[in-house]
Design a protein. Structure first.
Lengths: 110, 124
């Protein structure tokens, strides 16, 4: 059971907008910034969003992040087939002094 | 270009030991905290351990505390993970990752980049 809760799956058709939620608590998301990673099959995870809503260079502006209270969301607009991947949220937990991840969301482009 | 290259994975019997290494290049190694994250076959990401840039601060997941030891050699830009008393549930791909800041729990910190991973299989 992961400390951060994500839906196991999400789906959309090309061009649609999808959102993936990440729910935590006051000691992790409520106190610290959230980062998002995506992972294509057979490859290492890559940073997608950092500090709640910042995109690293090279990440399209179709990807956006937000945070409110103890929850965070990743939105992908203009869905493309290459967006099919696993998506993970992560945050530092002040109470446990550990990094915590969400269980991951498998995004399918129909 | 920042590069992280893990090594040391392999097949080990339950109760055995293994030492993973992560060779870093392309950045000032001692300025950045480092971490190990693992992924069991078909499962999600699980944070394992982290260490501050100086090596003075170490952090562990409960699942490995007392069995794994993280360390670093800043003179060789290398991160290590000594894994003892290995169990079947430790079977996973182990990734090393670089923190933006020295202290793993620092505000606004994140993992980037990640290495390509090394597979550890614990089985008799």
């Amino acid at each position: 059971q992961s400390v951060l809760t994500q839906p196991p799956s999400a789906s959309g058709t090309p061009g649609q907008r999808v959102t993936i939620s990440c729910s935590g608590s006051s000691s992790n998301i409520g106190s610290n910034t959230v980062n998002w990673y995506h992972q294509l099959p057979g490859t290492a995870p890559k940073l997608l969003i950092y500090s709640n809503n910042q995109r690293p260079s090279g990440v399209p502006d179709r990807f956006s992040g937000s945070k409110s209270g103890t929850s965070a969301s990743l939105a992908i607009s203009g869905l493309q087939s290459e967006d099919e991947a696993d998506y993970y949220c992560a945050a530092w937990d002040d109470s446990l002094n550990v990094w915590v991840f969400g269980g991951g969301t498998k995004l399918t482009v129909l | 270009e920042v590069q992280l290259l893990e090594s040391g994975g392999g097949l080990v019997q339950p109760g055995g030991s293994l030492r993973l290494s992560c060779a870093a290049s392309g950045f000032t190694f001692s300025n950045h905290g480092m971490s190990w994250v693992r992924q069991a076959p078909g499962k999600g990401l699980e944070w394992v351990s982290a260490i501050s840039g100086s090596g003075g601060g170490t952090y562990y997941a409960d699942s490995v505390k007392g069995r794994f030891t993280i360390s670093r050699d800043n003179s060789k830009s290398t991160l290590h993970l000594q894994m003892n008393s290995l169990r079947a549930e430790d079977t996973a791909v182990y990734y090393c990752a670089k923190f933006r800041y020295s202290r793993p729990g620092a505000e606004n910190n994140w993992f980037d980049p990640w290495g390509q991973g090394t597979l550890v299989t614990v089985s008799s």
